[in-house]
Design a protein around this ligand. Sequence first.
Ligand code: SF4
Length: 293
Amino acid sequence: MPPERTTILASLRDYIEQLREEGLDGLPHVNPPSATLAGTQPPTAEAAAASSGRKPARMVNSPDEKKLTVKRDEGAPQPQSPLATSANTPGELFYRYPGLEKITDLDMLRQFIGDCTRCKLAPGRTKLVFGVGNPKAELMFVGEAPGADEDLQGEPFVGRAGQLLTDIIEHGMGMSRNDVYICNVIKCRPPGNRNPEPDEVSTCEPFLFRQIDLVQPKVIVGLGTFAVQALLKVKTPISKLRGNWYEMRGIKLMPTFHPAYLLRNPADKRLVWADIQEVMKFLGRIPPQRPRR
Ligand code: SF4
């Protein structure tokens, strides 16, 4: 492939990843013109949105918001209020997998999941990525799904984004990776790191909720749009959720940006640092000095 095409594809992939982090779950479909005429202008964003029946993306100027926000759900849940979702009703989640509610530790849960083929991600994975860390951690990080490095190693957050998460835990919080528990909503890598699909989330999430019940952390930090949307059962973008406390299954939840997003948008590390400080305050921990990076 010519090098310029590789660069364009990489930029496009980064841009789509950024939109995804901000809560966009699709791009407007615009039918191509039947013939290309010299001097024909490409459709405007408004025309594209009108033809797709969707609202156009809205540009915002607030420094704390992303430059491009698509309003998919105006009804963000109120901070501090428990959410009436299936994620908060333990019994309902486990009806699909009889016996799941009787599991009493993480090793048993891993055995229960086994060489899982319950959803269509199974054939493409190298290793199932269950979770790591202190089984009785007071702090739990929940991401979206394994990436390429995690799929190969069978451990969550071990690639570049994982290194950044480790920096946040060790240098930002003064803790070790072994002090906390880290896992993902989805246990197997979606092909090409695409978004997890609703049927995959609903098939896999009972395992996550059982993990949460077993670890019983004081705080969950939800990393990125998809993890937080799966945990809270909302469609609100992470840029609107982050920085506020929520509650699920009786546990405090702090949404923040995914480390992979921070690799592309390092200026937003200050927002994550603010969220982490809130978490530290809640846990009664004094963070070390602010990391320089
Ligand atoms: S993603 Fe979850 S449900 Fe799907 S195969 Fe992996 S462990 Fe099973």
